[in-house]
Design a binder for this molecule. Structure first.
Ligand SMILES: [Mn+2]
Length: 312
């Protein structure tokens, strides 16, 4: 049985794509089981409740050599703890290529689109398979989540076409209303501990040579005032993460989904200097205004990569 999973601190695409790809592979004669690498965020929990579906189980410890398929990620730092010992046979992803290496030739499908779900719809078509309603709603939800319903600059025409195709199959008549319900669920953070808020949508990236390790978190919300009300707690959680995980820096961006703005918490002089030199922005009271740079994948990480890259 092939184990299929998305990245740690899973988002709706990481969970949906594991479920959909495992089902697709099984239909194609490759028995597969979806797993997750962490707790569901509130948006993903809402989507699965809507579908009356169970979350995939947590990935158990896998013996060296176990065949696995990765979706929605490929960097070892965002994967199973012993990914280097596992046999990666397939990857379906829409992120930059990281440090993945394999011992056997794998199936790889990467496309620069807004969501893994968009690629999975293509895989259905290419296999000549119809799309079942549950899978359609999972892929639809993932695309709306990753592209913030086309607000993100990562959005491509393929994502728009996929949503137009999937919505009727999923039985969603008002796509914007459904997207807003997802974003509201994601923003209803209640009394979630600050350390958990920080890590909800959080990835660690190596930058430069020798590599520095940076934690880059994002809180996408329709209620930024709530997040700013917890600024001091979040800065403490960032400081703890930096110490515990041995990081060189930690950034946490608060993305206002509806107004398409990014204000980023600035932990210390280290982050302040990087934001000034890489993005040309100044911090005031521990917050830097990154304007409309709302995509970590397309606007934050590439700029940091260029900034930390060794001089040619
Ligand atoms: Mn994704």
């Amino acid at each position: 049985m092939l184990a299929v999973f998305g990245h740690t601190n899973p988002d709706t695409d990481a969970i949906s794509s594991a479920l959909v790809y495992a089902h697709l592979l099984t239909r194609l004669g490759v028995p597969a089981q979806a797993y997750r690498l962490g707790d569901l965020n509130f948006e993903t929990a809402f989507v699965l409740r809507e579908l009356r579906m169970e979350a995939p189980p947590m990935l158990p410890a896998l013996a060296a050599g176990t065949p696995v398929a990765l979706v929605d990620h490929n960097e070892s730092g965002q994967s199973a703890p012993n990914i280097a010992e596992l046999t990666v046979t397939r990857v379906v992803d829409h992120h930059k290529l990281g440090d993945l290496t394999t011992s056997q030739p794998p199936f790889l499908r990467f496309e620069p689109v807004g969501c893994t779900g968009t690629i999975l719809l293509k895989l259905h078509r290419e296999a000549g398979l119809d799309v079942e309603a549950l899978d359609a709603k999972l892929m639809l939800s993932a695309i709306l989540s990753d592209t913030l319903h086309f607000r993100s600059p990562t959005t491509t025409q393929d994502d728009r076409d996929a949503v137009a195709f999937l919505a009727p199959v999923a039985g969603v008549t008002d796509v914007e209303a459904y997207a807003l319900a997802m974003f509201a669920a994601k923003s209803d953070l209640g009394d979630t501990p600050a350390a958990q808020l920080l890590k909800m949508d959080y990835k660690v990236f190596p930058f430069g040579e020798p590599a520095q390790q940076w934690g880059v978190g994002v809180i996408e919300t329709t209620n930024p005032a709530y997040v700013f009300g917890r600024k001091e707690e979040l800065l403490r959680a960032m400081d703890e993460a930096r110490a515990e995980d041995g990081l060189n820096g930690v950034l946490l961006s608060v993305v206002d989904i509806l107004n398409e703005t990014n204000r980023t918490f600035v932990l210390s002089a280290t982050e302040e200097k990087v934001l000034r030199e890489a993005f040309g922005v100044e911090a005031t009271d521990g917050v830097a205004d990154l304007g409309n740079r709302i995509s970590r994948k397309k606007q934050i990480v590439p700029t940091l990569e260029r900034y930390f890259a060794p001089e040619a």
